[in-house]
Design a protein around this ligand. Structure first.
Ligand code: ATP
Length: 384
């Protein structure tokens, strides 16, 4: 096993915009690191440079303390699991798993021992004599993982390994990968565009956008303390609401009423006149369900509910809002610069399933103002 250090890695295809733009990232020995970001952000390119399938334009790739920029993939001793599994259709499951060991000319007894061990871990024993065509998607995925774990590789690399599976199987495989990684304790880099996978699998998550790292943090920290609008909007489902607000001292005026900031937040917004307030859907509650004792800790506002969605354990309510024209125009110009998500004209709130709010009616909502984030609309930075 080995640590992976990426130092100022740049990848340019032709003379275009760099697909990976000065990425420095350390993956500790035994760590499970997720690379996540929207399509085209450079995550697969970065992974392919770790494995050696792509040349590095500049920067250093160091694996186990050794610079590997000029080493061929097979000299790096890494195991990669691809999206399409890359199984050999004419070989049995046993021989697919054994493939890298046969390449290394390992003796037969040792091959059998290692394949059986992998089959134990992955519960593949009853399928060892089958061909890949006769397996389900999840079983094929496990064979691909078996092939990766039979070798004593320095690290595992996964490139969207679950994207071809249906939702239920994806959930199961997610748990399996997580269990397997913990059990083997092997350094792992895992690429996905799915934020649920990112949040549930990794020790740490690296969020990429346009070839640049936005934030590297634990899933909890990403969720609770996103560094900018991009991370805040990308992590979390349904996404964080961004409301325009004007500032007067410690008081923000939003389309839903005023929010009085605590001292720390007030200091962070001093001297500004326009902001975006970030509010996760669950920071809201149906005011009639909030304890008397808790009420003064937030603010209550009245709004008309457009649509509700009942999910059993909770419900979502969509609340349209209008921002004053002046703010809207200004924000539209700024958001072009930011390339931020469309500024929505409705807020999504997540409230208790027992709430009796009704579509088309007004209701009182309580907002936990202690949790709100405040973003600079120019830079996108989280000021809180
Ligand atoms: P996805 O989730 O869609 O796979 P990604 O985040 O993995 O996206 P990459 O595949 O790494 O993104 O691509 C990053 C950028 O580099 C994209 O703009 C892509 O068009 C470009 N790119 C990738 N491969 C090549 C190539 N072989 N030649 C030229 N440009 C490329």
């Amino acid at each position: 096993m080995a640590a992976i250090e990426m130092k100022h890695i740049v990848k340019k295809y032709g003379d275009g915009f760099p697909a990976v733009n000065d990425v420095s990232l350390d993956v500790a020995d035994g760590e499970f690191m997720i690379l996540v970001g929207p399509s085209g952000c450079g995550k697969s390119t970065l992974l392919r440079m770790v494995v050696g399938l792509e040349d590095i334009t500049s920067g250093d790739m160091v694996i186990g303390g050794v610079r590997v920029n000029d080493k061929a993939p097979r000299e790096r001793n890494l195991s990669m699991v691809f999206q399409n599994y890359a199984l050999y259709p004419h070989l049995t499951v046993f021989e697919n798993i054994a493939f890298p060991l046969r390449l290394a000319k390992m003796d037969d007894g040792e091959v059998r021992r290692r394949v059986n061990e992998a089959a134990d871990v992955l519960e593949l024993h009853e399928h060892l004599e089958r061909k890949p065509a006769n397996l389900s998607g999840g079983q094929r995925q496990r064979v691909a993982m078996g092939r990766a774990i039979v070798r004593q590789a320095e690290a595992f690399l996964f490139d969207e390994p679950l994207s071809n599976l249906d939702a239920k199987l994806r959930g199961q495989m997610r748990t399996e990968i997580s269990r397997l990684q913990r059990r083997l304790g092997i350094t792992t880099v895992y690429v996905t565009h799915d934020q649920t996978e990112a949040m549930t699998l990794g020790d740490r998550v690296c969020v990429l956008r346009k070839g640049k790292i936005q934030q590297v943090a634990s899933p909890r920290e990403l969720y609770e303390q996103p560094v900018n609008l991009f991370v805040a909007g990308f992590i979390g489902s349904p996404p964080m609401n961004f409301l325009p607000a004007t500032v007067d001292g410690a008081r923000l005026t939003t389309p839903f009423g005023t929010i009085d900031l605590d001292e720390r937040r007030a200091a962070a917004v001093a001297g500004r006149d326009l902001l975006l307030v970030g509010i996760r859907p669950e920071y809201f509650e149906d005011a009639s369900l909030v304890d008397e004792a808790k009420r003064p800790l937030g603010t209550i506002f009245r709004a008309r509910v457009d649509v509700t969605e009942w999910l059993g354990d909770q419900q979502y309510a969509y609340i349209p809002y209008e921002a004053p024209d002046a703010i809207r125009t200004q924000l539209r110009d700024l958001s072009k610069e930011l390339d931020a998500e469309e500024l929505r004209t409705q807020a999504i709130v997540s409230i208790d399933s027992t709430s009796r709010i009704r579509e088309g009616r007004e209701a009182d909502f309580w907002l936990d103002t202690r949790k709100v984030h405040v973003f600079d609309p120019h830079s996108g930075d989280n000021l809180t």
